[in-house]
Design a protein around this ligand. Structure first.
Ligand code: SF4
Ligand code: SF4
Length: 479
């Protein structure tokens, strides 16, 4: 082949190699198991946690109530107008990801990402049914026998069952969980619920069962973004080449060392590659495919323990330390740096602003809409009338009574056709718990009142229970 590759007539893309990760024991594997159990328990059980919000209110701790446009999270209840809290949460999540990346590299990918967690779970099912790496490789290459069919059918059925529970659990966040479970069990759930569970079952089964590391390698944008955000001090899973090279077999290194010559600690056993869920050889340096799960550290540590060498030939390390070791200097870990301080400061700032906004958020709101057609009406007695629609939002779990007064236009009268005692000022309006109520109000300026074409007017709503007051300015139009 020429240097430019002009003579090359092979395939343009190498086919993806099938990965058969081997099981491994060690510190990072234990951490991953613990996090997997914790995250899946939270995901599957949280919809069943109850939270008493008072009579007539949903008692599910975490609920997206699409029908009434509410989001409930324990003691927090968000209305559609408060969607900016979600913006704040997204900003916080992005900053937390940046900070974790600056401190521990792709710790999100290796330990918390749903793709990693469900793939780990599906892989464990595969191991239990088909055996560890070697058995699975042999089974994969073997012709279709009764035993192979039985194992494969069983595996896919268990995968589908997990995927079904995963899709079903997601829906439980959008409806009363015990009711939906009962409706599903008695086949009384609405068709939309079945369709959504079907879609989510398929995506979970495909992503965690079949696509696995392909999602991390080809579909997820985070590895590319992470590569642009990292710096030489960030900790990443790394092979300590200065200690491991020159690599050679145990027999060879024992022979070389016996002669007093230097041999690296890596015995080229490929255990780190065998356990890797993405099939990466970490000894070739930092790579996009490495999700930094730390399993190769466990594998190599157990090899080192068996041959009586020090652990952490593969370890969480950084570029700076690699240079320092090569220069014969001691290692240093600088976790307090300008970017980590900046990210932490921003997280504290955004978090404080959100907490303050949440603590001081108004429990009732008033909006005023001036009716445009017509802008004003001249009545037969010469008085001028403007019409408005006032919308009250009562975010309390109890019914509230409000008093409305109109200010800024001396002598003007307010009445509402929607209230039983609608004449005179102040008007009184009751709003049911956790709901909104709209009423029309006519404001009339009697004949002879000196007004401009365009005057300011203020609507004042006062909560009769706790004297909380809201003022909204608008305009009064005249000929
Ligand atoms: S497990 Fe350790 S010793 Fe074995 S190949 Fe990997 S780095 Fe080398
Ligand atoms: S190279 Fe190591 S840390 Fe990276 S994905 Fe593979 S096993 Fe995990």
């Amino acid at each position: 082949m020429s240097e430019t590759g002009a003579d090359y007539d092979g395939p343009l893309y190498a086919p993806a190699k099938k990965v058969f990760p081997q099981s491994v024991k060690g510190t990072f594997r234990r951490i991953k198991w613990a996090l997997l159990v914790f995250c899946l328990s939270v995901y599957y059980l949280l919809p069943f946690v109850r939270w008493n919000r008072g009579p007539g209110m949903p008692d599910q701790a975490v609920l997206v109530d699409l029908e009434h446009s509410r989001f409930y999270f324990f003691f927090i209840e968000l209305w559609p107008q408060e969607v900016y809290y979600f913006t704040g949460l997204l900003i916080l999540a992005a900053l937390a990801l940046f900070l974790s990346n600056a401190l521990f590299g792709r710790v999100w990918c290796g330990y918390f990402c749903p793709q990693t967690i469900w793939t780990d779970l599906f892989l464990q099912v595969e191991r239990l049914i088909e055996g560890d790496r070697r058995e699975r490789m042999m089974l994969d290459a073997a012709p279709w026998t009764g035993d192979k069919v039985r194992k494969r059918v069983l595996k896919h059925m268990v995968w589908l069952a997990i995927a079904w529970w995963t899709g079903g659990a997601w829906l439980l966040y959008f409806a009363d969980a015990p009711t939906l479970v009962r409706d599903l069990a008695t086949f009384q759930a609405p068709m939309t619920a079945w369709i959504w569970i079907g879609v989510l079952t398929f995506t979970t089964y495909a992503l965690a069962g079949h696509m696995r590391e392909q999602v991390c390698l080809y579909m997820c944008p985070w590895p590319r973004i992470q590569a642009a955000l990292t710096d030489p001090d960030a900790l990443n899973v790394a092979y300590r080449a200065d200690r491991g090279e020159p690599r050679m077999s145990l027999k060879e290194s024992t022979r070389i060392r016996a002669k007093g010559e230097r041999a690296g600690d890596c015995i080229d056993c490929f255990q780190c590659v065998a356990v890797c869920p993405t099939g990466v050889d970490i000894r070739e340096g930092s790579q996009l495919g490495c999700i930094q799960c730390g399993l190769c550290i466990d594998a190599c540590d157990s090899v080192m323990a068996k041959i009586g060498r020090a652990p952490r030939l593969i370890a969480y390390d950084n570029d700076e330390n690699s240079k320092r070791r090569m220069a014969g200097r001691s290692m240093a870990f600088r976790q307090v740096r300008a970017r980590t301080v900046l990210y932490a400061g921003l997280i504290a700032l955004v978090g404080a602003v959100m907490l303050y906004a949440l603590a001081t958020r108004a429990r009732f709101a008033l909006s005023v809409l001036h009716e445009k057609t017509p802008l004003f009406v001249t009545l037969s007695d010469g008085s001028i009338r403007n019409a408005y629609t006032l919308r009250f939002s009562n975010k309390w779990a109890q019914k509230r009574d409000f008093e409305i007064a109109v200010g800024g236009l001396q002598g003007a009268l307010a009445l509402s056709p929607d209230l039983p005692d609608g004449a005179g000022s102040p008007l009184k309006v009751s709003v049911e718990p956790d709901s909104t109520r709209a009423i029309r109000i006519f404001v009339t300026a009697p004949k002879g009142l000196k007004i401009d074409k365009f005057s300011s007017i203020t609507f004042v709503a006062r909560d009769l229970g706790n004297a909380e007051t809201v003022r909204v300015d608008d305009h009064f139009f005249a000929p």
